[in-house]
Design a protein around this ligand. Sequence first.
Ligand SMILES: [Zn+2]
Length: 168
Amino acid sequence: MKSGNFSPEWASLNNTERSVISKYHQTAPIQVGKIAKELGASVKSATLKAGISGEIKETDGQILIRINRHDSKPRQRFTLAHEIGHMLLHRDRIGDGIVDDILYRSSLSDTLEAQANRLAADILMPYHLTMEKLHEYEDIVDEERKYESVARDLEVSTTALKIRLGKL
Ligand SMILES: [Zn+2]
């Protein structure tokens, strides 16, 4: 795990935002849909254009997040957490909408996209819970299989987990 349990993006959230998210950080998998709702976003599962994973718009102060329902479940969860990242970190940049492709590239800069990805990782893979899960599966000698088990419980991809752990 990289230095510090949370990203600088997490540290930049206000207390209310952090406490809403933390409330859902006790059990795996993290109920990311509930977090989005409690933070004030409407979330819809939608058929988006091929190659598009999600989008976020703001209309009359109301945030709408749409997730490509044809993506795998772990991916849909990561996309939702990523869009929550845009909502919390880049609300003033949403404008007419942010559309994220499958590599989480949009009209925003790569720096802003990386910020949304780091916050998404903090939302879906809180440090203490991720460590707890690694401990739970410590008897699995094969590293790859161990990560698969942890990722399954957290409902994230093994790739996302490995990035979180600094293994990729
Ligand atoms: Zn994005």
